[in-house]
Design a protein around this ligand. Structure first.
Ligand code: HEC
Ligand code: HEC
Length: 240
């Protein structure tokens, strides 16, 4: 069992200075958003081990919560219910420093959680957790505009319900915390999220702040299928 002994505030304080390095993030290499290879390919072809998924997730739970529901203020995204291939790709990208995540980086490394097998195991485990029934949403004052923008600009990749596509590595975005969606979207638009999809980047360049808020408010209110959503107050029995 891997246990985190420091309280989370201390962990964040420890890693905080790394944020400074973020200022000069290079522009997105538009050819390489999903190069594959390396650990990503390896992890995609391994058979998940449930117990190691639980043991590995214990490290993650310090930030993403025991439930995988993250925090409503968007500091930590909900992971529960995300497609396994998306989790594998994001985790492999973060480990390979193809996506900057200074807070999480030290906890994502092989010496902390193990090799490709642990990526497979934790991705499978997370993807099967019930999702947050009360995720953070936006102001709710511009939803018609949001719906129209979504239909025109996002459906072809993220699906009509925000469900994404496991095979194509398109993330599930429904039920995600609004504040997290805003941050990622802005970073994708500006090229700060280096593993972003170049077609998506191009698609959203014309969006104003008003458009961004409207479309992501709409997305945050799209409901995942009922059977994927947990009960309010659900506690993860694997960590009792
Ligand atoms: C110290 C806190 C911390 C720990 C521990 C941590 N994470 Fe994270 N994680 C974050 C933060 C913060 C973000 C969002 C970063 C951003 O805004 O780009 C994140 C983002 C992610 C994402 C991207 C989600 C998305 O929607 O794109 C994945 C996947 C992820 N974490 C998986 C994990 C896994 C698996 C573990 C355990 C092995 C883990 N994290 C441990 C803080 C943490
Ligand atoms: C051409 C396909 C495509 C289009 C169009 C597109 N996206 Fe994306 N989007 C992606 C892919 C692929 C990713 C993940 C990139 C990566 O691997 O990091 C992503 C990531 C995101 C994320 C970050 C999710 C996370 O969990 O970190 C958000 C938010 C998002 N898209 C919202 C939107 C919205 C809203 C629209 C419409 C205005 C849109 N996207 C249009 C393909 C697309």
């Amino acid at each position: 069992m891997k246990r985190l002994t420091l309280p989370i505030a201390a962990l964040l304080a420890l890693t905080a200075p790394l944020y400074a390095q973020d200022a000069t993030t290079p522009a997105v290499d538009t050819s390489s958003w999903n190069q594959g290879g390396g650990e990503q390919d390896e992890a995609l072809h391994l058979i998940p081990d449930h117990q190691n998924g639980i043991d590995t997730y214990e490290v993650c739970s310090a930030c993403h919560q025991m439930t995988g529901w993250g925090l409503t203020d968007g500091t930590f995204p909900q992971l529960a219910g995300q497609h396994p291939n998306v989790i594998i790709k994001q985790l492999a990208d973060i480990r390979a420093q193809n996506r900057d995540n200074p807070t999480m980086y030290p906890f994502s490394l092989p010496q902390e959680i193990g090799g490709a097998q642990s990526i497979t195991d934790v991705a499978d485990y997370i993807s099967k957790l019930p999702m947050n029934p009360e995720n953070g949403v936006g102001a709710g004052d511009d939803l018609e505009h949001g719906a129209a923008l979504y239909a025109e600009n996002c459906v072809r990749c993220h699906g009509d319900q925000g469900q994404g596509d496991n095979e194509k590595f398109y993330p599930r975005i429904h039920g995600q915390h609004y504040e997290y969606l805003i941050r990622q979207y802005q970073w994708i638009k500006e090229g700060k999220r280096r593993n972003a999809n170049p077609d998506m980047m191009a698609q959203i360049q014309k969006f104003t702040d008003k458009d961004t808020k409207a479309v992501l408010d709409y997305v945050s209110r799209l409901k995942p299928p009922a059977e994927m959503i947990g009960e309010p107050g659900w506690e993860n029995p694997d960590f009792e």
